[in-house]
Design a protein around this ligand. Structure first.
Ligand code: MHO
Length: 218
């Protein structure tokens, strides 16, 4: 991986795992949240061994997030969860609404927010709160999907393997910025720390301005 870019952030972290429909969108939404260090998309919650996109069995598309609890709270991540999908829409096990908790505190917070969601929604909230189980990382073309559509940019970042794609901090950030999941102001605040030069910054600002508020639903 190219070394001037901020790929590796080596600080203590916690995990959050959610399913909220097609996993490409949450990958970009959570990737730009301050305090989110890394994201990966995959399949979880089912029993089938070694699920794949074409054959995921009883698993669900989900996102697994590493976050710095000193910068972002689990409550904030839950708030984004509820705001980013329709928890009352039933489609299939593949595209379901789940909160996979990693400890009792997460379970309690999730339960509290689900009740609040039910109170304000006229429709039945279908979200299930269950313990996190094995997370099967999806095929590499699903990781940082939006960023991978920008061939030149991915090449410039030197992301070649699934491991690079799921471990790189800057990959998580740019995957969200380029579809306008955060604004220019936030981008400018962190672009130098991410190791981004003015040329690349210009292109990213252009994409943010073009896409802000219009991110794809999948
Ligand atoms: N309609 C999309 C869904 C992608 S998704 C990650 C596709 O198959 O291309 O479920």
């Amino acid at each position: 991986m190219a070394s001037s870019f901020l790929h590796k952030v080596d600080i203590p972290f916690k995990k959050a795992t959610f399913a909220l429909g097609c996993f490409w969108a949450p990958d970009s939404i959570y990737g730009v949240v301050k305090g989110v260090l890394r994201t990966r998309v995959g399949y979880t919650g089912g029993t089938k061994a070694a699920p794949t996109y074409r054959d995921l069995g009883d698993h669900t598309e989900a996102i697994d997030i590493d976050f710095d609890p000193n910068t972002v709270t689990y409550e904030k991540l839950l708030k984004i969860f509820w705001a980013s999908h329709n928890p009352a829409s039933a489609s299939s096990k593949q595209y379901s609404s789940f909160i996979y908790y990693h400890d009792d505190e997460q379970k309690d917070l999730a339960t509290k927010t689900l009740k609040a969601q039910e109170a304000k929604s006229k429709k039945t909230v279908l979200t299930k709160i269950v313990p996190a189980t094995e997370f099967f990382v999806a095929e590499d073309y699903h990781q940082k999907y939006r960023l991978q559509q920008h061939r030149e940019m991915s090449k410039l970042l030197g992301l070649s393997s699934t491991e690079d794609l799921v471990n790189s901090h800057i990959a998580a950030r740019l995957n969200g910025y380029i579809v306008g999941r955060a604004g220019v102001k936030q981008f400018d605040e962190e672009s130098a720390a991410l190791g981004i030069d003015e040329n690349l910054a210009k292109e990213i600002r252009r994409l943010i301005q073009k896409n802000e508020g219009n991110g794809p639903s999948c």
